[in-house]
Design a protein around this ligand. Structure first.
Ligand code: T5A
Length: 243
């Protein structure tokens, strides 16, 4: 074998073994590459403890090796979100239909990033979603529930909705209740009744009057099953089949 031949074959072998090593390593470090993450939504009236439970669920899932991230609606940091924030703080007036469309637009602007993360295997824990959008707007006089669902159709379908229930009087005793636009007991009672109309088989109703620890343990147990069963199910789209 000439020096040239040796160089050629040596180089080819080097490429071959490096490629094999790399592909083995990729398989080892990326098990279940085609598995998607679960879309887990928390809903409920104001101060029912959604944000507290969302954060705890993300922590618990990450601790047991499930990659999970928090998403919150409204996202008050985007340009649309800043308008929503001013509206909620009673700093401006926005017509009822128009604010409804802004809340929905705030979700649509996150769909590409949420879809990408779910497909890459990350579980998303979402603090409020389209059901809040519909429940709060449809509680206002003159706005039809069906009209409210329109701009939400086609958003990602949650694998599960944890619905935290707490009566309006108990909620009013929590945190800084009353500082934002919708934090009034009569209005909250109306939103609770709309939430009840929106429930389907994917909803899990949780009595939010229990302690933080008791709730988070119960939710974590159920969430582990949801993450497992979502892995190979295709992503769905909200209210797409409805007339
Ligand atoms: N909205 C929202 C719409 O109209 N359309 C939409 O499309 C959307 C997405 C802002 C408003 O916007 C409306 C709905 C709302 O009115 P937001 O930003 O989610 O929505 O409002 P927040 O103020 O962030 O959230 P909430 O007021 O709903 O509170 P949470 O998240 O339910 O409750 P949390 O966890 O912050 O806890 C509240 C207090 O209770 C205590 C906590 O320590 C805290 O002080 N607490 C408990 N106390 C006793 N026992 C427990 N188990 C407790 N859990 C929490």
């Amino acid at each position: 074998m000439t020096w040239r031949h040796f160089q050629y074959h040596g180089f080819t072998k080097l490429i071959y073994f490096s490629t094999r090593l790399l592909s083995q390593k990729t398989l080892l470090t990326m098990p279940g590459m085609n598995e998607r993450g679960a879309l887990i939504v928390f809903e409920g009236c104001d101060k029912s403890g959604k944000s507290t439970q969302c954060s705890l669920l993300v922590e618990n899932l990450n601790r047991c090796g499930v990659q999970a991230e928090l998403v919150k609606f409204p996202d008050r940091t985007t340009e649309i979100g800043k308008m929503i924030d001013r509206y909620l703080q009673n700093a401006c007036f926005i017509e009822d239909h128009a604010i409804h469309l802004l809340f929905a637009a705030n979700r649509w602007e996150h769909m590409p990033s949420m879809t990408k993360r779910l497909k890459s295997g990350v579980t998303l824990v979402v603090d409020r979603y389209s059901f809040s959008g519909v429940a709060y707007s449809a509680s206002k006089p003159g706005i039809e529930l069906e009209w409210c669902r329109g701009p939400e159709k086609g958003l990602l379908q949650p694998d599960c909705v944890f619905y935290l229930t707490l009566n309006a009087q108990e909620a009013a005793m929590r945190g800084d209740y009353g500082t934002e636009r919708y934090e009034q007991q009569d209005f909250q009672k109306k939103t609770a009744s709309v939430f009840e109309n929106l429930q389907d088989d994917s909803w899990k109703v949780i009595d939010a009057g229990k302690s933080v620890e008791e709730l988070s343990a119960k939710i974590f147990e159920q969430a582990k099953d949801i993450v497992s069963s979502a892995k190979h199910r295709p992503l769905g789209y909200l209210w797409k089949e409805d007339p």
